[in-house]
Write a new protein. Structure first.
Length: 95
């Protein structure tokens, strides 16, 4: 399965929107309508990149009606974000 990915440097300037237990969510200036969830260092070592890839890939396996249903009701991850090649988070739709 091929999953989209980008380097954090391609996101532009980041504006913090929220801070939770596992990560910090930012609005990224170069990807309007999307937000970047960056895992906190305390949990980053637990992130399984293959697991994230599988989660992202689930949408592509659904029929169009299923993709629309999930996409309209959630902020599903769609692109891995890397910092110097290591997965540090993902992009999702801003809701």
């Amino acid at each position: 399965m091929t999953v989209n990915s980008t380097e954090v440097s391609a996101l532009g300037s980041l504006t913090q929107l929220g801070d939770g237990g596992e990560g910090v969510v930012y609005r990224a200036s170069k990807v309007p309508g999307q937000v970047y969830k960056e895992y906190k260092p305390s949990v980053a070592h637990e992130v399984n990149p293959r697991g994230l890839e599988a989660t992202i890939g689930i949408l592509g396996q659904l029929p169009e009606s299923g993709r629309s249903f999930v996409s309209e009701r959630s902020a599903w991850p769609h692109t891995l974000v890397r910092t110097n090649g290591s997965v540090t988070g993902f992009l999702m739709r801003e809701i």
